[in-house]
Design a protein around this ligand. Sequence first.
Ligand code: TXD
Length: 309
Amino acid sequence: MAKAKISLVGGGNIGGVLTLIAAQKELGDLVLYDVVEGMPQGKALDISHATPLVDTDTRILGTNDYADTADSDLYIVTAGFPRKPGMSRDDLLAANLEIIKDVSKNIKKYSPNSMVIIVSNPLDVMVWSFKELTGFPRERVVGMAGILDSARFRYFVAERLGVSVQDVVALVLGGHGPTMVPLPRYCSVSGIPLTKLMDQATIDAIVKRVQEAGTEIVGLLKTGSAYFSPAQAAIEMAESIVRDQKRVLPCAAYLEGEYGVSGIYMGVPIQLGASGMEKIIELDLDSDEQAALKKSVEHVRKVIAEVKL
Ligand code: TXD
C-alpha cells in the first residue's frame, strides 16, 4: 500500500508538533510548508534527526515552495495568527481570512483531489471559507476543534474524579468558541453516566472551564495559544483518514440539513475514514441542548456574514 503524502501548511507551534507526532506514528511522507524562509526546512531537519531515536523511517521535507506539496493525499492547515491575551478567536478573522485565501488557491492548484483538515481560527469560519473558495466537496474538508474541546472535557472530569482519562468519554458540539456545547448527558466513565458520579454544580463548573480552556492557556502563555493538544487532536483525525479507521469523532463538518442546520460548518459527531467525512451522526438532544446548539449556530452564522470571499 503506497505511503500517504501528507502536507502540513503552517510550520509554527502547532505545525511543528504535528510534524513530530506524524513522523513518530509513521503516518506517511511529510512535507512541512511555511512562508517563513528556512523555518520549515530547519524544523524538518531537526525532526528528521530524531527519527533514528524513535526507529521510524519517515521522510520529511521542509519547504517554502508549494509545488513540493503537489499531489498530497492529505493537508493539515494551521497557517494563521494565534490569539494574544484579550483577543477572541473571531478577532483573528480578517488576518486569517487573507491567509486561508492564499492556502485555498494553492491547495486547489497543487492537490485538487486531496483531503483537508483545517485547524486555523476562527475554526468554523476558516473551514467554511476554505470549502467555499476551493469548491471541494464537504466530505473532503473537515475542521479540527471538537476533538480538542472533548479532550479537555475528558481531562477535567478525570482529574476531578481521580480516574483514568482512558475511561472518560465526552462530546462537545457546536462552534469552537464560547458558545460551544459540552454535553454532560453524553459523558460517561466506563459507561457510568457522569450525572451518577458528579453533582450538577461540579458538572456546570467543568462545562464552563471547557468553554474557556483555550482562553485560560492564552492568558498563561501570553505569546500565543495552545499547541500540544491541538496538534494531538489533529493527528487523531489524520490517522483515522490515512488508516481508514472510521473513528466516530466530534469534528467541524459542513451541514446539509443535519441537526436542522444547512450551509455552515460546526462540530458534530462524524465517521472519519479514507473518504473523509463518511457520515454525520445525529444525536437526540433535549430542549436545553437544542437551545444551546441554536445559539452556537447563530454565532457561527453571524461571523460567516462578515466574510468577504
Ligand atoms: O482547536 C483549534 N482549531 C485551535 C486552532 C486550537 C489552537 C490554535 N488554533 C489556531 O491555529 C490558532 O488560532 C492559529 O490560527 C492556528 C495556528 O496556531 P499556531 O500556534 O501554530 O500559530 P503560529 O505558531 O503563529 O504558526 C502559524 C504559522 C506561522 O509559522 C506563519 O508563518 C504561518 O502560519 N503562515 C503561513 N503558512 C502558510 N501559508 C501562509 N500564507 C501563511 N501565513 C502565515
